[in-house]
Design a protein around this ligand. Structure first.
Ligand code: MG
Length: 163
């Protein structure tokens, strides 16, 4: 049993919000706007896992109209997705994710994000790759109107009983 999932998310940058990426709070003058903590990286990872399980998308499971998810800690929501991964007889083989952000420079924080996400998806950090790119000032991310994230995960069946 082998599965691949892909996730993509975008959030708007605004003043007066914390910037949380991969469960790591990053000092910056702007933060991501959203119903939950708007952790765009963790949302992309969750959507990739949900996709690999064939369970639709993040919005179906964690609707932004539900007050239960107001300011929710996305790492706690990721924990719930991991329960489904294991319930269906899978484990995460690897993750590769890309954050699209013009500023701040994310290089110094990528290691912490990798550690946090690797722990959450129960892989060694070497199998949870997190990278960041700018768009050279082009487009909404380049104009710092928002940040985006892409994630790809592979799952392997722990048993023969995957759905
Ligand atoms: Mg989102």
């Amino acid at each position: 049993m082998f599965r691949i999932g892909h996730g993509y998310d975008v959030h708007r940058l605004v003043e007066g919000r914390p910037l949380v990426l991969g469960g790591v709070e990053i000092p910056h003058t702007l933060g991501l706007e959203g119903h939950s903590d708007a952790d765009v990286l963790t949302h992309a990872v969750m959507d990739a896992l949900i996709g690999a399980l064939g369970m639709g998308d993040i919005g179906q499971h964690f609707p932004d109209t539900d007050p239960a998810y107001k300011d929710a800690d996305s790492m706690a929501l990721l924990e719930r997705v991991m329960i489904w991964v294991k319930r269906d007889g899978f484990r995460v083989n690897n993750l590769d994710a890309t954050i699209v952000a013009e500023r701040p420079k994310l290089g110094p924080f990528l290691g912490s994000m990798r550690e946090r996400l690797a722990e959450a998806i129960e892989t060694p950090p070497t199998q949870a790759n997190i990278k960041a790119t700018t768009t050279e000032g082009l487009g909404p991310c380049g104009r710092q109107e928002g940040m985006a994230a892409f994630a790809v995960v592979s799952l392997v069946g722990e048993t023969v009983h995957g759905r």
